[in-house]
Design a protein around this ligand. Structure first.
Ligand code: SAM
Ligand code: SF4
Length: 321
């Protein structure tokens, strides 16, 4: 069993399989980084899997593949199959911008992927363009339809931004409601890589938009999930992820692994330790020791929402959000 330095049980591993992305979202990677990590510095899927097997043996029961844009990494379906073949009942999910899903959803589902979170910040072509700095909407919508067709369970992630897409909070809710898809609104998390002029909406402001049309009942969080859930009168549920309150940190059950082999204990902080050399040498015992050290040093909570409007130095496209 994996326990961190604050006594929290860690059962959830998020793996960022690439930092590369085909979007340039204003809140994440508005400019292409000065240089990408060279491919030879990445852990191969075989190497990542060596670590994943041990992590599962130690008690990880949920894995999310993320990025950058995970569907850009070649042979992703093979990696998913390796994990699924090793433990078929693992909760295996992916977060994607949806752009390449039309082509890949079926293959990923057949490989063993169970659930998928798709980012959808706008239903207006121009606004989607403004946020991702690319004409993305039609392909993302086709990707969502395809993921539904092949039987993947879907959630939609939206990051509401003042003056950009905050007038679409209800439209995105209706989009999800009509299709039986849970929508999760994520508060914009300030970081040094994002465009400096962005302002996100906080949870209360997001709820105020929804209250214009609906009566809302508070439900609460589902286990260790950071999403606080609400219900409409007809039973439809949506969630808000509100890291500025960091009240979900006390139940945090997650650890992050990057494509380069860094284990990152918290989305906010710079701290990380590399398992790359250990894994490349096939020394899984050492990689497991490093994992336990990282967990011992896992911070108690993030710093968004603390005094002085804290801003993270970590890139979301590296950690996978
Ligand atoms: N490329 C994929 C995607 O966009 O879904 C996966 C990686 S992305 C880093 C994972 C999630 O983080 C997305 O839902 C995205 O909206 C969210 N995200 C990225 N930067 C963010 C920020 N500054 N604040 C809040 N959420 C952010
Ligand atoms: Fe790419 Fe996802 Fe970041 Fe947008 S949020 S730039 S799609 S990694």
């Amino acid at each position: 069993m994996l326990i961190d330095g604050h006594g929290r049980k860690v059962t959830y591993l998020r793996i960022s399989v690439t930092e590369r992305c085909n979007f340039r979202c204003q809140y994440c990677m508005p400019e292409k980084p000065f240089s990408w990590v060279p491919k030879e510095n990445l852990l191969s899927f075989e190497e990542l899997f060596l670590f994943v097997k041990t992590a599962i043996d130690e008690g990880i029961n949920k894995i999310r593949i993320t990025g950058g844009e995970p569907t850009l990494r070649e042979d992703l379906d093979k990696f998913i199959k390796m994990i699924s073949d090793y433990k078929s009942d693992i909760d295996l999910a992916m977060t994607t911008n949806g752009y390449l899903l039309k082509e890949s959803a079926k293959k990923l589902k057949e490989a063993g992927l169970k659930r998928i979170n798709i980012s959808l910040d706008s239903l207006r072509k121009e606004t989607a363009f403004k946020i991702a700095q690319k004409d993305v909407l039609d392909r993302v919508l086709e990707g969502i339809e395809e993921a539904l067709n092949v039987g993947l369970k879907i959630k939609i992630n939206m990051v509401p931004l003042k003056g950009i897409n905050d007038d679409e909070i209800l439209d995105i809710l209706e989009f999800g409601k009509k299709r039986g898809i849970t929508v999760r609104y994520i508060e914009y998390m300030e970081n040094v890589f994002a465009h400096g002029n962005l302002k996100g909406l906080n949870g209360k402001e997001i709820l105020n938009h929804i209250k214009k049309r609906y009566e809302i009942k508070k439900i609460g969080r589902d286990g260790a999930s950071p999403s606080f859930n609400y219900e409409l009168k007809d039973g439809y549920r949506f969630g808000i992820i509100d890291p500025h309150k960091h009240d979900f940190c006390e139940d945090c059950n997650r650890i992050r692994l990057t494509a380069e082999g860094y284990l990152i204990p918290c989305l906010y902080f710079d701290e990380a330790m590399s398992i790359k050399d250990a894994v490349k040498r096939g020394d899984i015992k050492e990689a497991t020791e490093i994992l336990k050290t990282v967990l011992q040093n896992k911070p108690e909570k993030n710093r968004w929402g603390d005094e002085n409007n804290e801003v993270s130095n970590r890139a979301f496209y590296e950690t996978g959000g």
